[in-house]
Design a protein around this ligand. Structure first.
Ligand SMILES: Nc1nc2c(ncn2[C@@H]2O[C@H](COP(=O)(O)OP(=O)(O)OP(=O)(O)O)[C@@H](O)[C@H]2O)c(=O)[nH]1
Ligand SMILES: [Mg+2]
Length: 493
């Protein structure tokens, strides 16, 4: 039965509430009930039922001629809508018991129950029911892996998904076709069915071919890390510029992924990975999309030029500017709000901020008794392995960073991965076309860390400042250091 497995999407009927329309009859020479492998295959393909005929060994000659055997006993197995039990297997029956069974009745009754279960597990709009899959390869650091697995869950939650289950696999390297191994994939398909998941999210990026293979076997939409990030961006984009950039990034990412996606996997249904201004155009011709991409690209270029003019104006007015950068959720918007009484959206979500916001900040001048004004710009948060399509699309935003006079790099010290987050941000900064000015490292959320963490950080980053944007700790020192920083950046003292 395992050999004849039919990909989910090619079965006669398909869906969480349906059985597939195929009944399977197997014969056994032993009198054993159907084994685990057969039952698993039944569940994976959502067969209507499996009937096992246990044949008497006697009477069957090698050539199959002469005497006929007889059926000693029969088993009837079928799926049931129960999270733990999954299937039921009858006690040994006589053949007549099975032949008298009205299968249509059985199937309709079961489907009715499945429908009730599906209604109970129905996906609320904006609340995908997500099964997360993490793959750890030999080349990856287990500690970093743990962080990325936590991060993908935070990303899914930030995108509005509910995490029902997280599963991991360790392999020497990703399976070229399906990323995880065959057995694991089967387990994912089964548990997705059981818990009523409607979406599978991987903690890494997948090739278009891998997505197709996994979707075919699991029967659910499969989304990779970049798509989750793009989805969050699409939900957050409020301004015209933000929307434009997200659409560009999404189209660029989805273009090679358009072909061969089954109807059941259509991106038009809603949920993570389907949102964004580009969605309605995705099924249209590739060429039309390419055209749209180049139109968007030129709009982004215009936007870039516009921002550049604004920056030039600021420079002419000689107001020094500082860009707030840092890993997503570090507290950048909170800090901008506390320092300047801005009202930027700050929340315990990844990528809460998408569009840069600039506010005036008045700080003491280090070299006189007067006050001076600088501009502080809140920017989009960084993340490790920032998808290249996003880097491109957010060039305009990132230019605010590369053309600021100085940077304030804010870090969430209370995060267990704070050190690797610092490294990720520094890597992105170092890859920017224009080298950013001097950087002031500020470790935030000191209210939420223990003494050990604080001492460890002080030792590792003796030049850093320690603040709590929320509890307004260390802000006076921060103003003074900002003043020195700006002076140093502008005057080159
Ligand atoms: N405990 C504590 N929490 C803080 C502090 N500063 C910010 N937070 C919290 O951290 C979360 C993220 O804050 P944001 O200001 O939105 O972070 P951000 O860096 O702008 O994040 P993105 O815009 O998503 O990149 C919010 O829930 C804040 O309340 C702090 O000093 N201490
Ligand atoms: Mg923010």
């Amino acid at each position: 039965m395992r050999q004849t497995q039919i990909p989910l999407l090619e079965l006669p009927r398909y869906g969480a509430e349906r059985l597939c329309g195929i009944r399977c009859i197997t014969t056994e020479l032993k009198s054993d009930p159907p084994n685990e492998a057969q039952l698993t295959a039944m569940a994976l393909q959502r067969l209507d039922a499996v009937v096992t005929l246990c044949l008497s060994g006697q009477g069957f000659t090698k050539r199959g001629g002469g005497q006929t055997g007889y059926i000693r006993q029969t088993y009837l197995a079928n799926l049931i809508p129960h999270p733990e039990a999954r299937w039921s297997v009858s006690p040994p029956l006589r053949l007549e018991d099975v032949t008298e069974q009205d299968f249509l009745d059985l199937v309709e009754g079961l489907e009715e129950e499945f429908r009730r279960q599906a209604q109970a597990q129905a996906v609320q709009p904006g609340h995908d029911r997500v099964l997360v899959v993490g793959l750890l390869t030999d080349r990856e650091d287990p500690v970093l892996f743990r962080d990325t697995l936590t991060e993908i869950q935070r990303l899914v939650e930030s995108a509005g998904g509910d995490i029902l289950h997280v599963t991991k696999q360790k392999r020497s390297r990703p399976h070229p076709q399906t990323v995880i191994g065959e057995g694991k994939l089967e387990e994912v398909a089964l548990s997705a069915q059981t818990i009523g998941a409607n979406l599978v999210v991987f903690n890494r990026d997948l090739s278009p071919m891998q997505v197709r293979n996994i979707e075919r076997q699991v029967g659910l939409r499969v989304v990779d890390r970049t798509e989750v990030i793009l989805d969050i961006f699409a939900q957050r984009a409020k301004t015209g510029a933000g929307k434009l950039q997200v659409e560009l990034a999404q189209l660029a990412y989805q273009l090679p992924r358009l072909a061969g996606r089954g109807l059941a996997m259509s991106r038009l249904g809603g949920g993570i990975g389907t949102r964004g201004p580009g969605e309605t155009k995705l099924e249209t011709e590739r060429r039309a999309i390419q055209k749209r991409i180049s139109r968007l690209q030129s709009q982004v270029n215009e936007l870039q030029a516009h921002r550049a003019r604004l920056r030039q104006q600021r420079q002419r007015q000689s107001v020094p500017s500082v860009a707030l950068v840092g890993y997503t959720n570090a507290g950048k918007s909170t800090l901008l709000n506390t320092l300047t009484h801005a009202e930027v959206y700050a929340a315990d979500q990844l990528f809460a901020t998408l569009d840069p916001t600039t506010r005036k900040l008045v700080i003491p001048d280090t070299f006189s008794d007067e006050l001076k004004t600088i501009l502080l710009t809140d920017t989009v948060g960084f993340i490790h392995d920032l998808p290249p399509s996003l880097v491109d699309a957010f060039r305009a935003t990132l230019e605010e960073v590369s053309e600021a006079d100085a940077l304030l790099h804010l870090v969430d010290l209370s995060h267990s991965a704070w050190q690797s987050q610092i490294r990720a941000v520094m890597t992105i900064l170092s890859e920017m076309p224009v080298t950013p000015g001097p950087i002031l490292l500020v470790l935030n959320k000191v209210d939420a860390v223990d003494q050990d963490r604080l001492e460890e950080a002080k030792e590792e980053y003796p030049q850093a400042l320690f603040v709590s944007a929320r509890d307004r700790l260390g802000l006076e020192t921060l103003r003074q250091r900002l003043s020195q920083l700006v002076h140093y950046a502008v005057e080159g003292a």
